[in-house]
Design a protein around this ligand. Structure first.
Ligand code: DGP
Length: 111
């Protein structure tokens, strides 16, 4: 989608630190990491957030998350997946994305 930051990263128009790609999903390092491993997992097809997500995309994102966790060496120690949605969810980029956070003991607090 025109003027979408993450669409531009997927298209290679804006540099992103790619960690994973398949036919449906693209993943890259968050520019402001909040953990030693902080990867953004996004569908290649533009959709604003989880409210627009279909089942195939959800499955593709979940499968990619597992692969990335193994690739980044956090599958065994554990990690967290978060998808912020809308204003109260503090979503700042309107292209569906899942944060994968790991590499450190995360707290139980989620807000
Ligand atoms: P959210 O607040 O859930 O919408 O998360 C958006 C994330 O996107 C935020 O953690 C910072 C990240 N981000 C914003 N702009 C860029 C960028 O240009 N490159 C990369 N790699 N990450 C970005």
């Amino acid at each position: 989608m025109k003027d979408c930051l993450f669409c531009k990263i997927i298209a290679g128009e804006i540099p992103g630190s790619k960690v994973f790609e398949n036919d449906r999903v693209f993943a890259f390092r968050d520019i402001h990491p909040q953990a030693p491993v902080h990867v953004l997992i996004v569908p290649k097809k533009h959709m604003a957030n989880v409210l627009e997500c279909d089942g195939e995309t959800a499955a593709a994102l979940a499968e990619a998350a597992g692969q990335i966790a193994r690739q980044e060496g956090v599958a065994e120690s554990g990690f967290r997946l978060i998808s912020n949605c809308g204003r109260d969810g503090a979503q700042s980029v309107n292209h569906l994305h899942v944060h994968l956070l790991g590499g450190v003991q995360l707290t139980e607090k989620m807000n």
